[in-house]
Write a protein that binds this ligand. Structure first.
Ligand code: GTP
Ligand code: MG
Length: 292
C-alpha cells in the first residue's frame, strides 16, 4: 500500500500528497535523508530504504526527487512500477517547466488525481487469519456479497480464497485474502499472506480459540509479516459465554472489535472497521510488537 508521495527540487517541496500519514517517525527528517540519497541517483534509477515499518522508494529525474512512502512489506515491484508510471506522467505534464526557472512559481497540486489513480491500481492486501470455523469466510462474504447476506453454513476453506473489495475507501481498493484455518492449511499461510499490509485475526471469542491463535497462528504471522498492522475480531458475540471484545483484546495483546459476522446488519460496522484500520484511525498493533 502506497501512503504518500513527496517531490523535491533543490531542497524545496514541489508536491506532497499524504493519504495515510506516518505518525511514527519525524517525517521532515526522513524526507531530508531520503531526498539527499535520491539526489545522487542516476536519471531513472530507482532505489529504496526501510525504516521501521515503512519503505521509501525513490527516484531522481530532471534533478527532481520523487519519494513514495509505502508499507514496508507490501510489494516492492508494484511500487517501483507505480514510481515509473508516476514520474513519466509528471514529466509529460511538467518537463518543460522543470527545465527552466518556471518551476519555482508553478503550482503542482493538479498532479494529485494522477497520483491517486496510480495508487488505486495497487490493491491493499488484507488477510483474514484464524482457526477453522471462526467466521473468516463469513466475514469475507459479508463484505463482498452484500445482496446474498452472509452464509450460515460452515464450509471449510481449502488453502485460501481471495476477493476484491471496492467500497468507500478511495483511493484504495482492498484485496481480501481469506485463509483456510484448519490446522493442515496453516503451514501454507506464509505463501498466501506475503506482501500483506493488514491482518485481521478472527476469533470466536472462546478461551480455547484464543489459545490456538497464540500457539499456532502467532508464530506464522510473526515470522511472515512482522511489520503488518493487526486487529482482532471478537466474533460470535451472540453465543453464550463469549468473551467480551475488551477481554479478547487483552488476552491476545491486539485491539479487538466485537462482531456477529453471520448477521447482515453488521456489514456497515465491518466495512467501517476495515477502512479505519487501513487509514489508521483506530487502534491496531504491529505484529512484531505483540507480546504474548
Ligand atoms: N452464532 C454465530 N455464528 C457465526 C457467526 N459468524 C459466523 N458464524 C457461523 O460460523 C461458521 C463459520 O464458518 P466460516 O466463516 O466458513 O469459517 P472460517 O473461519 O472461514 O473457517 P475455515 O475456512 O475452515 O478456516 C458458519 O456456520 C457461520 O454461519 C456469529 O457471529 N455468530
Ligand atoms: Mg473459510
Amino acid at each position: 500500500m502506497i501512503r504518500e508521495l513527496h517531490v523535491f527540487k533543490e531542497g524545496k517541496p514541489l508536491f506532497q500528497d499524504t493519504i495515510v500519514p506516518n505518525n511514527d517517525l519525524d517525517s521532515n527528517a526522513v524526507m531530508m535523508l531520503v531526498s539527499s540519497s535520491a539526489k545522487k541517483l542516476h536519471e531513472w534509477k530507482i532505489d529504496s530504504m526501510e525504516i521501521e515499518r515503512f519503505r521509501y522508494v525513490y527516484m531522481n529525474s530532471h534533478d527532481t526527487q520523487f519519494i513514495i512512502t509505502m508499507d514496508r512489506q507490501s510489494s516492492l515491484s508494484k511500487a517501483e512500477e507505480a514510481m515509473m508510471n508516476l514520474v513519466s506522467k509528471f514529466m509529460t505534464a511538467y518537463e518543460g517547466i522543470l527545465e527552466s526557472d518556471e518551476w519555482k512559481s508553478t503550482d503542482f497540486s493538479p498532479f494529485q488525481p494522477s497520483f491517486r489513480s496510480i495508487v488505486s491500481k495497487i490493491p491493499v492486501k488484507v488477510c483474514l487469519a484464524g482457526h477453522g470455523g471462526t467466521g473468516k469466510t463469513t466475514l469475507l462474504e459479508l463484505a463482498t456479497l452484500p445482496s446474498q447476506g452472509p452464509p450460515q453454513e460452515y464450509v471449510p476453506t481449502f488453502f485460501g480464497d481471495k476477493a476484491f473489495l471496492k467500497a468507500d475507501f478511495d483511493p484504495y481498493v482492498f484485496s481480501m485474502f481469506d485463509l483456510g484455518g484448519q490446522d493442515r492449511f496453516v503451514q501454507e499461510w506464509g505463501k498466501i499472506i506475503r506482501a500483506g499490509s493488514v491482518v485481521v485475526i478472527v476469533t470466536d471469542s472462546t478461551q480455547e480459540n484464543l489459545d490456538w491463535t497464540k500457539r499456532v497462528a502467532y508464530p506464522v504471522l510473526k515470522a511472515e509479516l512482522p511489520y503488518a498492522r493487526a486487529v482482532a475480531i471478537a466474533n460470535k458475540q451472540d453465543l453464550p459465554g463469549a468473551l467480551s471484545p475488551k477481554e479478547v483484546g487483552r488476552r491476545l495483546d491486539v485491539p479487538a472489535y466485537g462482531m456477529q459476522a453471520n448477521r447482515r446488519d453488521f456489514r456497515d460496522r465491518w466495512l467501517e472497521l476495515l477502512k479505519s484500520v487501513v487509514f489508521e484511525n483506530v487502534d491496531f498493533k504491529i505484529i512484531s510488537e505483540i507480546e504474548v
